[in-house]
Ligand binder design. Structure first.
Ligand code: UGA
Length: 432
């Protein structure tokens, strides 16, 4: 590599994190090789198809086609001096993170003659870096550096989050390795937090746990609002303007889901308990979230009595808007509970495919069709299509125009004027 030339980058894993990381580094001028073990995924990417729904990603991949290679071969990815590990770390039965895909990457590294750096972007328990370092040393790969560089990408805005980060965290065993990874982010002109490897690993877990804590906190405030006549939307506005607290992650609703919070929350809880510490607060945060999803059922029962034989429409299935991801989505718990209560479930989502995950629900292509003859609707995901829906028409089509607004997305007064009984989360003042 000549002076000033950008180093080639290898990426293990063509999932959300790997594709966004690869596409963004290509956009920054690097040649990037993305390796995955799934032939159909690589074939799709090679033919220009993006196997997941993420705004801006298709355009970015297309624009940087010449600098991006997709491959099934380990040898192609290890030809790069800097290799990012972006493989999945799903929960195991015990709740600990399953690191088998991470270890496969480490174990498959061939004898590397040149100096290289393995950069961990996957979310891993604190202590993983130490273990990987020891494994590399034991294999005679002491010249392969190891850096922890956790991702802070939110699905639905991952490209923007990568290009305009609040900070970049770099945890390294040696200054030189830390500097090499820091240099990759120079064009982004952001704050780089240089840390030891264990602290970098913990920053990621702590940041997610703190965000979850804020959501469970505001959800509990919402529940107290319901019992006392306050409106949580106003309360969050007033609380969030305190500069020490800030306005983010104070939207009350039916709880968090997705591929990150549920898994990372439990993984941190288990990491703490494996180390002999009982993380009481995090336990409560997780439990509040579980209960929050189920409170919707009680709300429906308060309005409708028994749900047996009633038709309930779920508006939105994805765990948040602008993604097709339904992993751990509140919609799955709701659908399951509704079926258990004897209700007929209908569902609509503009991109998420609910057919496999919700075999007992009737999936509809259009929200008005999904509401036809229904006894109640639950707004589960705040898709913009729902803000733009003709709610007057929706009220006419339903047998009983009742809306549980699980995201406090809509204006209660407007919904009532359209003929709805409107019930949000933590909005007791507006209860009809
Ligand atoms: C989250 C973090 O926000 C990212 O910083 C992190 O990198 C990522 O996990 C990860 O570990 O990979 P993500 O799960 O994509 O990102 O989505 P979020 O926007 O954080 O939303 C998570 C859940 O919280 C959603 O179900 C959302 O509806 C819910 N939420 C969010 C609320 O209920 N209230 C809020 O105020 C904010």
């Amino acid at each position: 590599m000549s002076a000033g030339e950008k180093p080639k980058i290898g990426v293990f894993g063509a999932g959300w994190v790997g594709l966004v990381t690869g596409a963004c580094f290509a956009e920054l001028g690097h040649e990037v090789v993305v390796r995955d073990v799934l032939p159909e995924r690589i074939a799709a990417l090679e033919s220009g198809r993006v196997p997941l729904h993420e705004p801006e990603l298709p355009e970015l991949l297309e624009r940087n086609r010449e600098r991006l290679t997709f491959t099934l071969e380990v040898d192609d990815a290890v030809s790069a001096p800097i290799m990012f590990v972006c493989v999945g770390t799903p929960p195991t039965y015990s709740g600990d993170a399953d690191l088998s895909a991470v270890w496969t990457v480490v174990d498959q590294l061939p004898e590397l003659e040149e100096r290289a750096i393995l950069v961990m972007k996957s979310t891993v328990p604190v202590g993983t870096g130490e273990k990987v370092r020891a494994a590399l040393d034991a294999r005679g790969l002491a010249h392969v550096g190891y850096v922890s560089n956790p991702e802070f990408l939110s699905e639905g805005s991952a490209v923007r989050d990568f290009m305009h980060p609040d900070r970049v965290v770099v945890g390294a065993f040696t200054e030189a390795d830390g500097a090499a990874v820091t240099a990759l982010y120079e064009p982004l002109e952001t704050t780089v937090v240089q840390a030891d490897v264990a602290s970098a690993e913990m920053i990621k877990l702590a940041a997610n746990a703190f965000l979850m804590t804020r959501i469970s906190f505001i959800n509990e405030i919402a529940n107290v609002c319901e019992a006392t006549g306050a409106d949580v939307v106003k309360v969050a506005e007033g609380v969030g303007l305190d500069h020490r607290l800030g306005p983010h992650f104070l939207r009350a609703g039916i709880g968090w889901g997705g591929s990150c919070f549920p898994k990372d929350g439990v993984a941190l809880k288990q990491l703490a308990s494996n180390s002999g510490y009982h993380f009481q607060l995090l336990n409560a945060v997780i439990e509040v979230n579980e209960l929050q999803k189920r409170r919707v059922i009680q709300k429906l029962q308060r309005h409708l009595g028994s749900l047996r034989g009633k038709t309930v429409t779920l508006l939105g299935l994805a765990f948040k808007p602008n993604t097709d991801d339904i992993r751990e989505a509140p919609s799955l718990v709701l659908a399951g509970r509704l079926v258990a209560e004897g209700a007929e479930v209908r569902a609509w989502d503009p991109v998420a495919d609910g057919a496999v995950a919700l075999p007992r629900a009737k999936i509809c292509a259009d929200p008005l069709e999904a509401l036809e003859g229904a006894d109640a609707a639950v707004l589960v995901t705040e898709w913009h299509q729902l803000a733009e829906l003709d709610w007057r028409e929706a009220a006419k089509r339903m047998r009983n125009p009742l809306l549980i607004d699980g995201r406090n997305m809509l204006d209660p007064a407007e919904l009532r004027a359209s003929g709805f009984t409107y019930d949000g989360i933590g909005r007791a003042a507006g209860l009809v």
